[in-house]
Design a binder for this molecule. Structure first.
Ligand SMILES: O=P(O)(O)OC[C@H]1O[C@H](O)[C@H](O)[C@@H](O)[C@@H]1O
Length: 327
């Protein structure tokens, strides 16, 4: 519907477009509200009560997840994008750029962008694939893995098949457990031909002091420097951020730490094989319209991905990859 509106926009008076746009957002919010109500609250043995409430942010329909212990996560349906995670009220652990755009077709800068079906420029598609640019559907709260999770879904459409012929179903599961956020991306082949893809959770972790921040757990791993494509031997020391860092560590995705002085966040992964570490540095950040001078000092991206070797799915097959942040 939003695409149709956008196509019609030049032919319609501005007040009508705004009104129709507003009504479509309200209808979308109402559908999300009903789905959230129908999914109810979950309380399973050993896991937490989870409730889900829709709200709007910059014209985008979003969901707020509240766990019984006070943890909060916010997700935009635009890109199934986790915007915020607070393990306790007021303790934000993700970075969201003050200049992030929520406009249709834009990629939100910060949070956890879902990268699918192509990581970066490793193929002929738009950079980092189309999943982060499209509206996903809220399915409800499910507890298939024993932990209640908010589930969002994107399936192929005429628009996606023009870019990539695959018949797929992508689902994102967002779960809050004490002091942890787990995000799982599941891809199913719903067609009759195999397809291959790369994917990642491009997580922007908030930092207070970039100079004192290190990523640990990659000391013994060689990496590809994405700035020039050169491979480098293991450095034998934690990753630091004195200038732009853009590295792919193949076959190395689990048991990482983001350390800022005494404060440590654990980053673990399942299903994802690789890690990407990115910070744009001062010069690039200043040139990026949705970041700006000095903003690189507030985050480090530690991305769990399957990037170096694409995943291939036969008809009916499903793959999933998860990233868990523990504060
Ligand atoms: O600006 P974006 O399209 O969101 O990409 C941001 C960054 O994502 C990844 O981490 C890549 O390795 C970088 O090369 C890229 O610059």
């Amino acid at each position: 519907m939003w695409n149709t509106l956008r196509r019609l926009t030049p032919a319609l008076p501005a007040f009508f477009v705004c009104d129709a746009w507003d009504r479509s957002i309200r209808a979308c919010c109402e559908r999300a509200r009903r789905a959230a109500m129908m999914s109810g609250r979950f309380c399973l043995d050993g896991s937490m009560d989870l409730s889900c409430t829709p709200f709007q942010r910059d014209g985008s329909v979003c969901l707020r997840l509240n766990a019984a212990d006070g943890a909060i996560a916010e997700i935009s349906l635009h890109g199934a994008h986790v915007l915020s995670w607070q393990p306790a009220p007021g303790r934000e652990r993700l970075y969201l750029s003050p200049r992030a755009s929520f406009a249709e077709g834009a990629a939100i800068r910060g949070g956890i962008p879902v990268i699918f079906p192509q990581f970066g420029g490793r193929g002929s598609m738009v950079k980092h694939g189309f999943a982060r640019l499209l509206a996903w559907r809220y399915v409800g709260i499910e507890s298939d893995t024993g932990t209640p999770a908010a589930v969002l879904e994107l399936v192929d459409s005429e628009d996606t098949r023009r870019l990539w012929p695959a018949h797929f179903r992508a689902r994102l599961y967002v779960a809050l457990t004490p002091a942890a956020l787990t995000v799982r991306l599941a891809i199913r082949n719903q067609g009759e031909a195999p397809f291959s893809f790369t994917a990642a959770l491009h997580t922007y972790l908030r930092v207070d002091d970039l100079d004192a921040t290190t990523v640990q757990g990659l000391e013994a791993a060689g990496f590809e420097d994405s700035r020039d494509g050169q491979t480098s031997a293991a450095e034998g020391e934690p990753v630091r951020f004195q200038s732009e860092v853009d590295r792919l560590y193949p076959d190395c995705a689990d048991a990482l730490l983001l350390a800022q002085g005494d404060e440590v966040m654990r980053i673990s992964a399942e299903g994802f094989r690789d890690t990407v570490v990115w910070n744009p540095g001062a010069e690039l950040a200043a040139r990026m319209a949705d970041l700006g001078a000095g903003e690189h000092r507030h985050f480090v991206c530690v991305e769990s991905g399957t990037v170096a070797v694409p995943v291939t799915l036969a008809p009916g097959e499903e793959w999933s990859g998860a990233q868990r942040l523990q504060s």
